[in-house]
Design a protein. Sequence first.
Length: 87
Amino acid sequence: MEQHEHTKAVINRLSRAAGHLGAVKKMVEEGRDCSEVLVQLSAVRAEIANVSKVILKDHLDHCIIKAVKENDEQTIEQLKAAIDKLL
């Protein structure tokens, strides 16, 4: 990924999600209630989904607009494949 407008924010969000996931791992190791763990896993999943949205928007705003202008079919196809895997 090229450096984009939101790169620093994405890195910060990913660091926060990684820390949150580490806390969930510790909850499991400590034998915490499964319902609590599931709620926290849901929160981690939401954090990752939000980061994915920021990256996708950034990619559309920069790379895809450029690819369309330059008729770069390969970049557009790569985006389609990435969206298929993301969803």
